[in-house]
Design a protein around this ligand. Structure first.
Ligand SMILES: [Zn+2]
Length: 287
């Protein structure tokens, strides 16, 4: 059964580790992530962007697929199904479809409107026992066509949004989506410390987990980050492994054209990436 992310994140915060959110794109992705979480006895959050939701045939399709896998693959570790960077409308659609967690990304609204919409969603999510992620300070880079500037979130605004009763807060601290540029300045730990203090130790979310050096990840966890989003890294791993399959012309050998064979190396690559991240985040054996 899908669970809210609240309990797993509070445990992570108190235990000084982080739970990974791994974004899914299809059945293979979902299966690879769930099997790895089960194998490592780790809690896990499956992230779904609006674009991925559309791609997979709608939110209800995803809920059906994930619930089916929890049963069919005997997944017993805590799993949350989470809308990533949701609009106000998408948040409601996912709540209705059976997601156990949603992110309302109101960072592009003026703070008053962000507060108003977040408050309404806090009430709805509480009523239904779902977890809710809010965002303050746009996160840089591009995600599904949304381009953020890589701001440093204002601790006062973080405090204001946190006090509304959200479960977790994404705050920009110089992190960006996608690959990091060579001249990237790194995470702003001073800002993170201030945000952690201002929000009363609320579980914080680090977006753009791909390519942040391991020592920065560990330091961010020490300073209150309890959820880390990984998306691009699984995509890069999947595509690189698939490329090798074709470059070695394995599709031309025997039944190598079978899609289950074609996709297998990519799936193994996702599993290896997820494993590496869970070990780095410290969530292994924390289910
Ligand atoms: Zn994000």
């Amino acid at each position: 059964m899908l669970v809210s992310a609240k309990e797993m994140l509070e445990k992570a915060r108190d235990g000084h580790y982080a739970v990974g959110q791994f974004n899914i794109n299809n059945l293979e992705w979902t299966k690879a992530i769930l099997l790895t979480a089960q194998e490592l006895n780790s809690p896990v959050i499956l992230g779904v962007s609006e674009g991925a939701g559309k791609y997979m045939g709608g939110y209800k399709t995803i809920v059906g697929m994930v619930n089916g896998m929890l049963e069919g693959l005997n997944i017993t570790v805590p799993v949350a199904l989470h809308l990533d960077h949701g609009s106000y409308e998408a948040a409601y659609k996912c709540i209705e479809a059976g997601f156990s967690s949603v992110m309302f990304d109101g960072s592009h609204y003026p703070i008053d409107e962000n507060v108003e919409k977040t408050t309404e969603l806090v009430n709805t999510c509480k009523e239904k026992g779902l977890s809710l992620e809010a965002e303050v300070g746009a996160i840089g880079g591009e995600e599904d066509g949304v381009i953020g500037g890589g701001d440093i979130a204002d601790p006062e605004e973080c405090k204001q949004i946190a006090s509304l009763g959200v479960t977790m807060l994404a705050a920009g601290i110089g992190n960006i989506h996608g690959k990091y540029p060579e001249n990237w300045k790194g995470l702003n730990f001073e800002a993170l410390e201030k945000i952690n203090e201002a929000t009363g130790n609320m579980p914080l979310v680090l977006h753009g987990g791909t390519g942040i050096p391991a020592d920065m990840i560990r330091k961010a966890i020490d300073l209150g980050v309890a959820k880390i989003n990984v998306n691009t890294e699984c995509q890069l791993a999947f595509t690189a492994a698939t490329r090798v399959y074709f470059e070695e012309e394995k599709d031309r050998v025997g039944k190598g054209f079978d899609p289950r064979k074609v996709l297998a190396p990519g799936v193994e690559a996702i599993k290896a990436t997820v494993k590496e991240k869970m070990e780095l985040f410290g969530s292994v054996n924390k289910a």
